[in-house]
Design a protein around this ligand. Sequence first.
Ligand code: SF4
Ligand code: SF4
Length: 220
Amino acid sequence: MTYVITSLCTNDGACVEVCPVACIHTTPGAPQFYIDPEVCIDCEQCEIVCPVDAIFKDVDIPAEHEASIEINAAFFRKNKAAVGPVPFDKAWEMVQAAHAYARRQGMAITAAVVDEAGSPIAVGRMDEAGPRSAELAFNKAYTAAAFHLATAELAPQARRPWFRSLIISHRGRIMPESGGIAVVDGSAVLGAIGVAGSSRPEQDILCCQAALAVLESAGH
Ligand code: SF4
Ligand code: SF4
């Protein structure tokens, strides 16, 4: 599901300020703002602040505004820079780099690389890593991709009601715990890496950083 901005929008930009994943945009001269359906995480914050009730959840949109669903999506098809996800061979190198770092530290972890939408590209669980580390690593990567930032930065939001609702609506996949970092190329988010299984959160982060070094040395 996604939220949709309709033609009722008066262009005051209030919703942009509250969107945690920065998925509301417009261009100079455009009649309204638009929501990127591929990035929106259904957190409801924009709908709450809109002074003219111009925003609806796609499944609840009134019939007279149904065309806005396609209008919002088309805006991003036209204006979004075309950047691809991390290619599989690079994603797998990232997983292996995280494993190598963990091995040197005497740890066993799972590393997961996802695309911008949070879909997995490569997941690798070391032999001694706990079974649950695979799910946790994927959840951290999914969360970092959704919010376009490091999951450690989400800790202050974790107890807020809207964030707890988000965790429930995403069936626990949203995880505000250290060990997930977005993969960015300039201003574009390509996806994220998530690591779980070490005994301390900062170790998961260091494994992520070892993985990201693969892309840095490749010129990303
Ligand atoms: S529902 Fe949340 S994530 Fe989606 S556009 Fe509104 S503020 Fe952004
Ligand atoms: S808060 Fe409402 S009126 Fe203001 S830019 Fe967003 S959708 Fe438009």
